[in-house]
Design a binder for this molecule. Structure first.
Ligand code: SAH
Length: 322
């Protein structure tokens, strides 16, 4: 999965620009500016909770085309100029093509430092960080229950095969044959480091992705090309491969690190941060055709059959050293 997505020569993200109507999939910030505006409100709220520090790091992981950060900067410059002035920008992006797209999108704000991993995000001030559809792109391991017990699921030239035996968490010891369990060591490692950053630097993070709220069995590995699902082992490097995020596992890590996680659906989060008020404001100044488009974008973001329920928002805050 890591090779298929991020190999410098053959990787999906590293060799093409996959977003938008003409690309393979559309993400929430590409659906509507309303999404980034609500993230901006969250950022300002968290900054206020920190006591409005006059220097902090505003970081994004996997910023795609840069649309979300551009919306956040545009909005905060307007609603909270002191926040905007205090922010040092850190964009973590592995793809040179997408780094270039982000640099272009953020040029009007005259801010920005690019990093390929989270390690070089500055450590000397509080950290506010968000990531939309980043963790779903990190590689997972799968385990399968066979007649002989649990095995790692591997891939060879014939397709998926059972690999080395493994011991699953006690919860799933008695799962029926054929059950699949997923775990993402990369997600665990990055998320744990981010929690440690929040402990030391103080601050908050917002993780938005499709995923599940309870530890569960199931095969969520999927590939998408041209807005269609395709077999995972075909079109390697040409299709977007993702897996659902195990938010229960992330909450467990945050609690273990003595931070406060809150999980909501994207629908509830966007409503909590005022999307309907902002929508009403935009509708008032829009022509009829535009109004229809705004309504359908809003529905797509919050609708239960759209992104509203499958997408979850995990807010983690805390840290006490400062
Ligand atoms: N957040 C954007 C894009 C989501 S796609 C949006 O909502 O539109 C996933 C993003 O994560 C891409 O920008 C991809 O290049 C980046 N990415 C994937 N794996 C990464 C890794 N290991 N390190 C850094 N960035 C990565």
């Amino acid at each position: 999965m890591a090779f298929a997505l991020t190999d410098p020569e053959h990787g999906y993200y590293t060799t093409q620009q996959p977003f938008g109507r003409s690309g393979d999939f559309i993400t929430a910030p590409e659906v509507s500016q309303l999404f980034g505006e609500m993230i901006a409100v969250w950022c300002v709220e968290q900054w206020q909770k920190l006591g409005c520090p006059n220097a902090f790091v505003l970081a994004e992981l996997g910023g795609g085309k840069g649309t979300l950060m551009a919306d956040v900067l545009r909005t905060t410059r307007k609603i909270a100029p002191a926040f905007f002035a205090a922010a040092t920008l850190a964009m973590v992006e592995i793809s040179p093509i997408l780094q270039a797209a982000q640099q272009q999108a953020l040029q009007p704000f005259a801010k920005g430092q690019w990093h390929t991993t989270i390690d070089s995000i500055p450590q000397d001030t509080p950290l506010l960080l968000f990531a939309n559809e980043f963790f779903d792109a990190l590689p997972i391991e799968q385990y399968i229950k066979t007649a002989e017990g649990w095995h790692e699921r591997g891939v060879d030239t014939t397709g998926f095969v059972a690999g080395a035996p493994v011991t699953p968490p006690a919860l799933f010891l008695d799962a029926p044959e054929g059950s699949i369990l997923e775990h993402s060591p990369a997600t665990t490692a990055i998320f744990t480091q981010l929690c440690e950053r929040l402990q030391n630097q103080k601050g908050a993070m917002l993780i938005i992705d499709y995923g599940y709220a309870d530890h569960a069995l199931g095969d969520t590995l999927q590939a998408v090309k041209n807005h269609q699902y395709v077999p995972v082992l075909e079109n390697v490097g040409k299709a977007d491969i993702t897996a659902h995020v195990n938010f229960a596992a992330l909450e467990d890590i945050a609690v273990e690190k003595k931070l406060s996680p809150t999980l909501s659906t994207q629908r509830d989060f966007l409503h909590q941060y005022g999307i309907t008020t902002r929508l009403a404001g935009l509708l008032k100044n829009a022509a009829a055709a535009q109004q229809e488009e705004l309504m359908s974008q809003y529905q797509r973001l919050v609708g239960v059959e759209g992104m509203g329920a499958l997408f979850k928002v995990l807010c983690v805050s805390g840290g006490s050293r400062f």
